[in-house]
Ligand binder design. Structure first.
Ligand code: FES
Length: 150
């Protein structure tokens, strides 16, 4: 873990306890997960109880306490996407990445999850890779898109 980078993130928020969620989000974005050592640094610098930190990181889906891949894939399985073939898209994503929802591949390239709605139902089926929403997917298109990621 790059402790210098974590320290810099905390300092950017002036070690303010009121910025706890934003600090954790910034660390999550930087490291793709929240290692125990990072949470300890946050606790010490912000002077907040570890129980409050633990409650926050387990409450929000945006946080992960296990390592994630460089590219996080979320395949929407909500109703609007489901009726337009999301299951077939998910099958192709699983085949191309070699992982199931909830898993990360051994190279730490991809993490895969399913979600219930990505908020753009008219574009279904939809998946999100990192911060990019990809809509109107068909299985072949979804598989081809994944091959562009290193
Ligand atoms: S159901 Fe898939 S984006 Fe809403």
């Amino acid at each position: 873990m790059d402790t210098g980078r974590v320290e810099q993130i905390i300092n950017n928020h002036r070690c303010e306890a009121g910025s706890l969620i934003q600090i954790l989000l910034d660390i999550q974005n930087e490291l793709h997960w929240l290692p125990k050592e990072a949470l300890e640094m946050v606790r010490e610098k912000l002077q907040v109880p570890m129980s409050r930190i633990q409650h926050t990181v387990t409450f929000y889906d945006a946080f992960s306490l296990v390592p994630k891949g460089r590219h996080e894939i979320s395949v929407c399985m909500g109703t609007a996407c489901h009726v337009r073939g999301a299951s077939r898209v998910l099958e192709v994503v699983q085949t191309v990445t070699g992982i199931q929802p909830g898993e990360t591949d051994p190279d730490m390239k991809f993490s895969l999850d399913t979600v219930n709605c990505l908020g753009c139902c008219a574009l279904g089926p939809v998946m999100k890779i990192n911060e990019q929403h990809l809509g109107k997917l068909v299985p072949d298109k979804a598989g081809g898109l994944l091959k562009k990621y290193d």
